[in-house]
Design a binder for this molecule. Structure first.
Ligand SMILES: [Zn+2]
Ligand SMILES: [Zn+2]
Length: 253
């Protein structure tokens, strides 16, 4: 019989009480046992619930939008052919083919996700990666016959972190993936670059020849900020695989 992955909530370390359920007997995925207490689960659930409401979100990338008068230009509502979109997507539509812009994120970039990312990615608490396994498995099932790929880490990030942050999340969720890219960028941390520098960033990826049988490719990343990195990766892939449908999914936007 499968065992619980943890006896303490991975988020707050309070003890977990695993109710035995009969279906655990014939299911073999550790993630079936909760990895968070119900209180922590509610924080992540409420983010998922927020995400369900699409009327205040960009229809291309799920970024939360507002029409309050004091909203800054990045979060204001824009329209393209009757479609509600964000400032970034509006700008990208002028540069990239519309189908490349399609993006889905799982959670808004709120306090819960920021803390989770900080523990997992920055502090290297890799067990916290299991927190995402459930929602990733769920979304994986909604995209059958898609080939998942991750972006390469720079040599500096890998040496510093000692694990590939997005690849490990997919490993924990049991999602197969490949990395058909070679990183040729400057190695400077994207998060440290200001908005303008990120937008002007030159192509940091080279596509490595890899046989991909599926007709659709999903690029998986942790955070979508301006979309620059993902759009570079998508256009590099589109040039190499012109007949494939290419989209992206991130934990957060
Ligand atoms: Zn907890
Ligand atoms: Zn958008």
């Amino acid at each position: 019989m499968t065992q619980p992955l943890t006896h303490n909530c991975l988020n707050c370390l309070e003890p977990l009480y695993h109710d035995f359920k009969l279906h655990y007997l014939w299911q073999f995925k550790k993630e079936l046992f909760p990895v968070m207490c119900s209180e922590c689960q509610n924080h992540f659930d409420s983010l998922e619930a927020t995400y369900q409401d699409k009327t205040d979100r960009c229809q291309k990338c799920s970024f939360p939008l507002s029409d309050e008068p004091d909203t800054d230009f990045v979060s204001r509502k824009y329209y393209d052919n009757g479609q509600l979109i964000c400032y970034d997507c509006l700008r990208w539509m002028a540069i990239y083919p519309e189908e490349l812009i399609n993006h889905q994120s799982l959670y808004p970039y709120g306090e819960t996700i920021q803390q989770w990312l900080n523990s997992y990615k920055t502090e290297g608490d890799i067990l916290k990666g299991h927190i995402m396994a459930g929602s990733l498995q769920k979304i994986y099932k909604t995209y059958p016959n898609h080939h998942w790929v991750v972006l390469p880490s720079s040599k500096e990030s890998l040496e510093h972190r000692q694990f590939h942050a997005t690849g490990l999340l997919l490993d924990f969720a049991g999602i197969p993936y490949s990395c058909p890219f070679k990183y040729i960028g400057d190695g400077k941390k994207q998060a440290l670059k200001d908005r303008q520098k990120r937008i002007e960033m030159p192509q940091p990826f080279e596509v490595i020849d890899q046989e991909i049988n599926e007709s659709s490719i999903i690029i998986f990343d942790d955070v979508y900020t301006t979309g620059t990195t993902l759009l570079h990766a998508k256009s590099a892939l589109a040039a190499r695989y012109p007949d494939k449908n290419i989209q992206s999914i991130t934990i957060s936007r």
